[in-house]
Design a protein around this ligand. Structure first.
Ligand code: ARG
Length: 474
């Protein structure tokens, strides 16, 4: 929480950086209510970096002298050090991170400090800060996403030929390889990484120079400020630059999709770790026990990630609703963009980190997966395909196999357990070679086409993905 030990007191309205036209002090509650410093101090580094670039640009266009710009930059660097060492006294009376830093600059360097805000408004300042902050956050998230993807590639490679039941409607459908299943997760995350990269392009544009809303009469070199701050370009309309938070909404949408994907993965991990499935063991260090039931090992991490998905969706809806119906240009409503954005980043970063650490270390119980694949007639489609190969139309083959499944089901055995003569009773064209296809491994091997579940295809996609990851950022 910010400490309120700054020298300016609400009793003296002139102590506010904007106090000139006011004749009474801000109501004490309103001061608290409108302040954002409690949360936007998180933008201090971006605020200082943005101010330094602004000061340098002002000197380049001779609005400030080089000496003035130097004094401002030195003062801001000293403030950065104060904040990072915990010495900085944050003040609610100074409302937000921008005015806390600017007021402190004036305290430290005097008159020259008052020139920093030339040709600038908090409106373009905050829009710049938040874009700088989000750009860094996206880059850090992409590193974590890539780490998780690499972990999935390792796991998929280890288990590329491990056979498990594939499900539709959560009913056994056809055999798939566990490596293929992990690569499905990889592909989801690959699209997520693309979305983050695409979102970053629109985040990375400079609002500074828009000033309050209309631009400024100073001959600012916005392209220079953009270059100094590593922006790819400049926002082309001052009204739009200070008002829209669509980039934050877009990020929250990309984040929601990632959480949606993680929640689906979480759900499968939870199911697979149950005694009923027993397909995997999660490492003990990612699970907790029960205070009453001694046998319990609960998959808390995936459950929490599944649960946290809800709050990220909430932030997306919150930001959309915050923006809805706002007239141009800046409105104080936009101060409400920060907490949901920060929490979205924190939640996503934590969830990705947990999965990147945990999932590649899960233990696969291949024998149980294979056993489960043998139950549930996962190879029925293979038998139908076999009959099609012998000249039967697919619909008729479907019918024939259905009868075979009924027989096996009544006996409590698998199709592969029926004798050749019994199978020939359904169609005389069935021969001894059918048994290769009726094994789970044979079924998976047969799906050897681009994007299919055959181990050879899984390995090929892993190699391609490794090559891709070697060339992408993060
Ligand atoms: N704390 C404000 C925000 O986060 C900064 C901009 C305030 N601008 C203003 N004209 N009151 O949006």
């Amino acid at each position: 929480m910010p400490q309120d030990n700054a020298p300016d007191s609400p009793v003296n309205p002139a102590a506010k950086l904007w106090g000139g036209r006011f004749s009474e002090a801000t109501d004490a509650f309103v001061e608290q209510f409108t302040a954002s410093v409690g949360f936007d101090q998180r933008l201090y580094a971006q605020d200082i970096t943005g101010s330094i670039a602004h000061a340098r640009m002002l000197a380049a266009v001779q609005v400030l002298t080089e000496d003035e710009a130097d004094a401002i930059v030195r003062g801001l660097e000293a403030i950065r050090a104060e904040i990072e060492s915990g010495e900085f006294a944050w003040s609610v009376a100074r409302e937000d991170v921008h005015m806390n830093i600017e007021a402190r600059l004036i305290e430290k360097i005097g008159e020259t400090g008052k020139k920093l805000h030339t040709g600038r408004s908090r409106n373009d300042q905050v829009a710049t800060d938040i874009r700088l902050w989000l750009r860094e956050a996206i880059d850090a998230l992409r590193v974590e996403l890539r780490r998780y993807q690499r972990g999935l590639l390792d796991l998929a490679e280890r288990e590329h030929a491990t056979v498990m039941p594939g499900f539709t409607h959560l009913q056994t459908a056809q055999p798939v390889t566990f490596g293929h299943h992990m690569m499905a997760w990889y592909e989801m995350l690959e699209r997520d990484a693309e979305r983050l990269a695409d979102c970053r392009r629109r985040v990375n544009r400079l609002p500074l120079g828009a000033a309050a809303l209309a631009g400024t009469s100073y001959p600012l070199d916005r392209e220079l400020t953009a270059r100094l701050l590593g922006f790819d370009g400049v926002c082309r309309n001052s009204l739009d630059a200070v008002s829209d938070r669509d980039f934050a909404i877009e990020f929250a949408a990309a984040a929601s999709l990632i959480m949606m994907h993680l929640s689906r993965q979480a759900e499968e991990l939870i199911l697979w770790a149950s005694a009923q499935f027993a397909f995997i063991d999660l490492p003990d260090r990612y699970c907790t026990g029960s205070s009453i039931m001694p046998q319990k090992k609960n998959p808390d991490v995936p459950e929490l990630v599944r649960g946290k998905t809800g709050r990220v969706y909430g932030h997306l809806i919150g930001l959309l609703t915050l923006m809805k119906g706002q007239p141009l240009a800046y409105n104080k409503d936009n101060q409400e963009d920060k907490e949901p954005l920060f929490d979205t980043v924190d939640t996503l970063a934590g969830s990705l980190r947990a999965f990147a650490d945990m999932v590649p270390n899960l233990r696969v119980r291949a024998e149980n997966m294979l056993e489960a694949t043998r139950r549930g007639f996962a190879t029925a489609t293979d038998l139908a395909d076999y009959l099609v190969g012998k000249g039967l139309p697919f619909r008729d083959a479907h019918e024939v196999v259905g009868l075979a499944v009924r027989l096996a089901s009544s006996r409590g055995c698998d199709l592969a357990d029926l004798a050749l003569e019994e199978l020939q009773g359904f169609d005389a064209r069935i021969e001894d070679d059918v048994y290769d296809l009726l094994t789970p491994e044979g079924s998976a091997d047969a799906r050897d086409l681009l994007g299919g579940t055959a181990p050879a295809q899984v390995l090929a996609r892993i190699a391609e993905a490794r090559e891709h990851l070697a060339h992408v950022a993060g």
